[in-house]
Ligand binder design. Structure first.
Ligand SMILES: C[S@@+](CC[C@H](N)C(=O)[O-])C[C@H]1O[C@@H](n2cnc3c(N)ncnc32)[C@H](O)[C@@H]1O
Length: 373
């Protein structure tokens, strides 16, 4: 898994994102149940649909599969696995497909339970560099205590697992897990341009804090990534040698990590849980948390994939942020629900964007006739 130099300007972002989206939609045509200009929701099994998606067409995989911990009957697949190993193997198989469909500079976010997270971390580490293990603390709104209604916590004889984990991982380069695909690419371009690491440092002015050439070698070993300005200087240096004719755009090679300092910048998140409402998907994730992930780990126009779409929350969040999104969901009732949910969100998305910092609960889609219980 690595980058190649573009043959023509047509290969370059954002054209290739639009093209990728069309290719994915074409591949999933037979199962597509709902679509709009930038969204497509398919009805089907994730592991059956994923192999149809063309390689290296997705920028962000954001998935919330059944957890296999709570064994909830109201979530398809949650109690399907007799042994923990079977669940881990299933996620490992999915992980291989996610890596295949991801672009080399893409990202994976996997929601999971605190119980299963350590096993999944180890399993995914074979193919990915795990960047963070986020703890979502799931606070409830004041006066609304979700777990108290469900169980007598004192009988548990351990701390009630109120938090969930989100594994944030990026594709590792074959054969060298700690090297990011961009590092390999940078080095091969530098060698092709017959520049030493120190020469490139001189040209770009990217001196490391410790020694000359520090920044370039950090980029090549995957310890760090250049800023947009630094990458522009790298491109100028390579193109200046006339040994390379076209360089890819920043968005085509550098992993997105757009942090707004006003947002939580730590690996412990306290986005408010989605409050119960009539017809709610039992695992609906809050829009502000999904937007936080999508805004940080993708660029505008990018392709986001959620192959456990549930309520359609990821697709709604992606759409509100100007991304393209592909969803897959196995249960027909949630496919139908998601189509309505996404439309309902689209009507209020800008207004809600302003309110989202206050609370997570979303539009009462349940009031639509489709969701009458
Ligand atoms: C934990 S929920 C996702 C909830 C979603 N993130 C939301 O915010 O609404 C998992 C979803 O995956 C679906 N699912 C379970 N097994 C699946 C499979 N093999 N392929 C596709 N979808 C599946 C379930 O029906 C359920 O809606």
């Amino acid at each position: 898994m690595t980058f190649s130099l573009p043959d023509s300007l047509d290969d370059i972002y954002p054209h290739n994102r639009a093209h990728a989206f069309v290719k994915i939609r074409g591949a999933l045509q037979a199962s597509e149940a709902f679509s709009s200009d930038a969204l497509s929701l398919s009805s089907g099994d994730a592991l059956a649909c994923l192999p149809m998606i063309p390689t290296a067409t997705v920028d962000l995989v954001l998935v919330d599969p059944p957890y296999h911990s709570t064994k909830k009957d109201n979530i398809y697949g949650d109690s399907d696995f007799e042994h923990d190993d079977h669940f881990v193997e299933w996620i490992t198989d999915l992980g291989r497909e996610w890596k295949r469909v991801l672009r080399p500079n893409g990202s994976l976010y996997l929601f999971c339970s605190s119980d299963m997270a350590p096993y999944l971390y180890v399993a995914l580490s074979k193919d990915y560099n795990v960047q963070s293990m986020v703890t979502w603390t799931k606070p409830n709104e004041p006066g609304y205590d979700g777990w108290r209604q469900k169980m007598k916590k004192t009988s548990l004889r351990r701390w009630y697992p109120h938090s969930e984990r989100i594994i944030f991982a990026t594709p590792a380069t074959d054969g060298n897990l700690k090297r990011a695909p961009f590092g390999h690419f940078l080095k091969s371009c530098r060698v092709q341009c017959r520049l030493t690491s120190n020469q490139l440092t001189e040209i770009t002015g990217a001196y490391g804090k410790v020694n000359n050439g520090g920044a370039v070698s950090n980029w090549e070993t995957g310890r760090n990534i250049p800023s947009r300005e630094q990458y522009a200087k790298i491109c100028e240096a390579f193109l200046g040698t006339k040994l390379i004719k076209i360089m890819p755009k920043y968005e085509d090679v550098i992993r997105a990590f757009n942090i707004d300092p006003k947002e939580p910048f730590v690996d412990s998140w306290d986005f408010m849980n989605v409050r119960q409402y009539r017809g709610k998907h039992p695992a609906e994730k809050p829009q502000d948390m999904l937007r936080h992930i999508i805004r940080t780990s993708s660029y505008e126009g990018d392709v986001v994939l959620d192959c456990f779409a549930g309520s359609g929350s990821t697709l709604a969040a992606a759409s509100a942020l100007g991304r393209r999104a592909i969803g897959i969901e196995i249960e027909d009732r949630w496919v139908a629900y998601a189509a309505q949910f996404i439309k309902a969100k689209a009507d209020v998305s800008l207004e809600r964007e302003r309110e989202l910092s206050i609370q997570g609960p979303t539009v009462a889609v349940a009031s639509l006739p489709l969701f009458a219980e």
